[in-house]
Design a protein around this ligand. Structure first.
Ligand SMILES: C[S@@+](CC[C@H](N)C(=O)[O-])C[C@H]1O[C@@H](n2cnc3c(N)ncnc32)[C@H](O)[C@@H]1O
Length: 271
């Protein structure tokens, strides 16, 4: 039977654990909605396989806290949190050329009681990828949203995903040039991956070395729907008027509503 996936173990207290984790995560300034955070927490708890959770792009630690709380509860750490903490987009370097999100990040994980679960790597993900060797169970990408940035994160780290490991990339259904295009072109087209989908703006896919091809039709159908969005996000410029309405209509046709653990587990079961 090898690594065919017949069942996912869903912890009985998962909903309660996600509630408690979100209570801590929402205190941290950040860009993850509650539904996205809960989905991420569910993946952290339920994805089979071995290896750490890797986060690319932590900022002040909202998603790190969510992942850390779940990892702590089920003994699934560490969460390796990769971020140089010097974002020129999110921090005001004109007011303070030394601006960094690192102190705030450290305070967030300390206040949430997850500092022991988290291994910060204060480094650019391209640098971190050069020496990365460990298998990864869950890869969470929320760093550089340019096409080159998202591509280099997917290429640099997804090859380390454990069989049955999952990659998830944020802002794939928001107007950024990288996440959606890389997911559509490099992930949905590959039989290395099996089941895939969207939850709000998170795109996810599971590595399925043995039966990825069995999910090819579903991935291709998703790819056709998201291909229509790529021209709208290609240059990352804010959309207005008719273009914005067109984009939102095509996006509405991409299934991306919240799923609970049971629905997700059913969607990844071997056919
Ligand atoms: C949108 S924020 C992350 C938000 C965070 N996940 C949360 O839940 O609030 C993007 C972060 O990615 C980081 N980043 C940008 N380029 C990066 C790179 N090449 N490697 C690692 N992190 C990067 C930035 O420093 C910034 O903190």
């Amino acid at each position: 039977m090898g690594r065919l996936l017949t069942a996912i173990a869903i912890p009985a207290d998962l909903e309660h654990v996600l509630d408690e984790a979100w209570k801590e995560a929402e205190k941290v300034e950040g860009y993850l909605s509650e539904n996205e955070a809960r989905f991420l927490g569910m993946l952290a708890a339920c994805v089979p396989g071995k290896g750490p959770i890797v986060e690319i792009g932590s900022f002040k630690g909202r998603s790190t806290v969510m992942l850390g709380k779940v990892a702590a509860r089920y003994g699934l750490g560490p969460v390796v949190a990769i971020d140089p903490h010097n974002s020129t987009i999110l921090l005001d370097h004109q007011a303070n050329p030394q601006a960094s999100s690192y102190d705030c990040f450290l305070e967030s994980i300390r206040a949430a009681g997850v500092a022991e679960q988290v291994e910060p790597l204060v480094r650019d993900s391209k640098e971190a990828a050069k020496t990365w060797q460990r298998p990864i169970r869950l890869l969470w990408i929320d760093g550089d949203h340019s096409y080159e940035g998202a591509k280099s994160d997917v290429e640099g780290f997804s090859r380390h995903l454990d069989p049955l490991g999952v990659m998830a990339i944020h802002d794939a259904l928001n107007v950024f040039p990288g996440p959606l295009r890389v997911f559509a072109e490099d992930v949905l087209t590959s039989d290395r991956y099996g089941p895939a989908g969207f939850v709000h703006s998170i795109a996810w896919a599971q590595v399925r070395p043995e039966d990825g091809g069995a999910f090819r039709k579903e991935r291709a159908s998703l790819a056709r729907r998201v291909a229509r969005l790529i021209p709208f996000v290609r240059n990352g410029e804010a959309l207005e008027g008719m273009r914005k309405r067109q984009y939102k209509f095509w996006r509405y046709l991409v299934p991306h509503s919240a799923v609970d653990a049971r629905e997700w587990a059913d969607s990844v079961r071997a056919k």
